[in-house]
Write a protein that binds this ligand. Structure first.
Ligand code: SF4
Length: 216
């Protein structure tokens, strides 16, 4: 269903995990996927639940308004790292600071992939140390914060566990939940899918630690 995406793309794994979790929790009828502008927005015609296309970096504002009007819905705020931590960093910080009811998925591949691979704040090289959201929002009164990698079967299983926990927290307790997913972008890395996934495991996870940072 997500063949529009490049082979080995992390968005594909992320969307398949969302599909599985929504099916397992039997919440398809009340789920809304709010998408930012990125490669993920190509998916809007393919998801089997309702969806909203948002302006770049403004997903959390849109979903805050939506959730206040439709309290029973499960509203997923899905965005890339450029949207989450650059153009949308103001929305991110204030949504977390207010502990808004938000179920947030951030795809971290270090790049603005859809527009050709310009570096995002999360990019790491000898002069860029990366951008770690846990250093900014962990001390706020948020509900859940975790990071996983979409790089191999074992890590994808961990990702599913974290996303599923975020869903449960969001539905049972409310408040701000975020799962960041380290995601391969083989096309812009100019690597094979296997080598892109290996780079996540061997290089990226050394800087961006996997685990749960907040579980309130
Ligand atoms: S350019 Fe990168 S992020 Fe976009 S679909 Fe291709 S692999 Fe995925």
């Amino acid at each position: 269903m997500y063949d529009l995406l490049c082979e080995g793309c992390g968005h594909r794994s992320a969307m398949m995990l969302l599909d599985e979790i929504i099916q397992e929790k039997k919440i398809k009828e009340k789920t809304i996927l709010a998408l930012d502008v990125a490669c993920c927005s190509l998916l809007i015609d393919f998801v089997e639940y309702d969806s909203i296309m948002c302006a770049h970096g403004r997903v959390l504002d849109v979903t805050k308004g939506y959730k206040e009007m439709k309290k029973d819905n499960v509203v997923i705020s899905y965005m890339g790292d450029g949207a989450a931590y650059s153009i949308g960093i103001e929305e991110m910080i204030h949504s977390a600071r207010r502990n808004d009811d938000a179920l947030t998925i951030v795809i971290n591949n270090g790049l603005y992939s859809m527009t050709g691979g310009q570096v995002a704040p999360t990019y790491i090289d000898s002069s860029n140390l990366g951008f770690k959201i846990e250093e900014i929002i962990s001390n706020f009164s948020i509900t859940y914060l975790a990071r996983a990698a979409l790089s191999d079967k074992e890590n994808i299983n961990i990702a599913k566990q974290y996303i599923s926990t975020a869903f449960d927290k969001y539905m049972e307790k409310g408040g701000f939940s975020l799962v960041e997913l380290l995601s391969p972008c083989p096309t812009n890395y100019k690597l094979s899918p296997k080598d892109a996934a290996n780079m996540i495991n061997e290089k990226i996870t050394k800087v961006y630690k996997i685990g749960e940072f907040v579980n309130a």
